[in-house]
Design a protein around this ligand. Structure first.
Ligand SMILES: Cc1cc2nc3c(=O)[nH]c(=O)nc-3n(C[C@H](O)[C@H](O)[C@H](O)COP(=O)(O)OP(=O)(O)OC[C@H]3O[C@@H](n4cnc5c(N)ncnc54)[C@H](O)[C@@H]3O)c2cc1C
Length: 337
């Protein structure tokens, strides 16, 4: 590449990594990530030696390009099929535990292996990523964009692409960005996630369950996903509606209410309940998407992509970034005017 264009990507989740892997053959690409690791909402946390996928629970493979990426990851042991039956549990009757309905036949589900974050880590192998760099704003002019951080300016860049969740991207992008309205009309739901280590030998009558419950929407046995294993442990999500309504509530109270609700489905002893850890995702899922696969402003050399352009799914984040890359590659190849 003679005189490659300089491209800054904000965010090292599925969208940012997908973009970087394609664009790096056509430009000089650097990702800026505010946290200390890749993956974004494809997240795994270790608590007392136990691993919890506390963000995305699984993903689907409908897009041929995503399938081709996953074939490579599966061959390298960074992803695997999750063959669990997911049952549906009705709202619990007051006088006893809920009974599961038979699992529905549904499409194949996949996970990172041995943890969800293994897939983004595998994708990041050849990417140039600056960690612990939170971008506060984008200033300057097209072909001379500067990223502002607490510790100084970074740049200039010919292009800047934001892949942060919509409300965070809206705060970063300059007011001149041609698609600000589309970013601002997008809405995202919160999610509280509870991580519970069960005592050795504890059993649950399901590997994963969707709940019709006023507080909770999902329980999964994280240890039963491929490559995980003992001790038994649960990842429990609060429903989008309940999470939004409690987003500013003190975490201790939220945790106590989620544990009370969980006990309607899974018996917990005092030690298991006391050891539970809660995570607040302010922007977890997509309530209203941008309705377009990506937002590109070719005049100003700015763009954004991510799950929120299409739908709140890992595969949608991949599709959004892949389709933006298709549109950007010819522009990056053009010599500077
Ligand atoms: C609890 C939960 C459960 C879910 N369950 C599922 C599921 O079962 N199946 C499914 O398909 N999807 C699920 N999802 C959604 C899925 O995780 C997302 O659709 C997908 O991971 C989004 O990828 P992304 O790259 O678009 O965004 P993200 O993963 O959010 O990546 C954005 C990145 O930008 C970084 N960033 C943000 N602001 C800045 C800044 N100012 N400077 C630098 N970096 C910044 C963030 O740290 C992050 O790493 C779930 C999500 C959550 C939270």
């Amino acid at each position: 590449m003679s005189n490659p264009k300089r491209v800054a990507i904000i965010g090292a989740g599925m969208a940012g990594l997908t973009l970087a892997r394609v664009l790096s053959s056509h430009a000089s690409v650097r990702i800026f990530e505010k946290s200390k690791a890749v993956g974004g909402r494809m997240a795994t946390r270790r608590i007392g030696g136990v691993s919890f996928d506390h963000g995305a629970q699984y993903f689907t493979l409908r897009d041929p390009r995503f399938r081709s990426l996953l074939d490579g990851a599966i061959a390298d042991g960074a992803a695997d099929r999750w063959n669990a039956d997911i049952v549906s549990l009705p709202a619990t009757p007051a006088d006893g535990p809920a009974t599961a309905s038979a699992p529905r036949q549904s499409e194949a589900r996949y996970v990172g292996a041995p943890s969800m974050k293994a897939l983004p880590a595998w994708m990041a192998k050849d990417c140039d990523i600056a960690f612990n760099v939170e971008i506060a704003s984008i200033t300057g002019t097209p072909r001379n964009w500067i990223l502002k951080t607490e510790t100084g300016d970074i740049g200039p860049f010919d292009w800047v692409i934001a892949t942060a969740p919509a409300p965070q991207s809206a705060r970063l992008l300059p007011s001149t960005f041609g698609h600000r309205d589309a970013v601002q009309k997008t809405a995202m739901n919160a999610c509280f996630t509870l991580m519970v280590t069960l005592r050795a030998g504890a059993d649950t009558p399901f590997a994963a369950a969707r709940l019709d419950d006023p507080v909770l929407s999902w329980i999964s046995r994280n240890d039963r996903k491929p490559g995980r294993g003992e001790p038994p442990c649960l990842v429990v999500n609060a429903s989008p509606h309940w999470s939004d309504a409690h987003i500013e509530a003190p975490l201790d109270g939220v945790k106590a209410e989620m544990i009370d609700a969980l006990r309607r489905y899974v018996p917990l002893d005092a030690g298991e309940a006391a050891g539970a850890v809660i995570k607040r995702w302010r922007y977890a899922n997509v309530a209203r998407s941008a309705g377009r696969p990506f937002l590109l402003d070719p005049e100003r050399h700015l763009a954004c992509c991510g799950d929120w352009c299409i739908a709140g799914r890992v595969e949608a984040a991949f599709q959004s970034a892949s389709q933006l890359a298709d549109a950007l590659v010819p522009m990056l190849r053009k010599p500077a005017e």
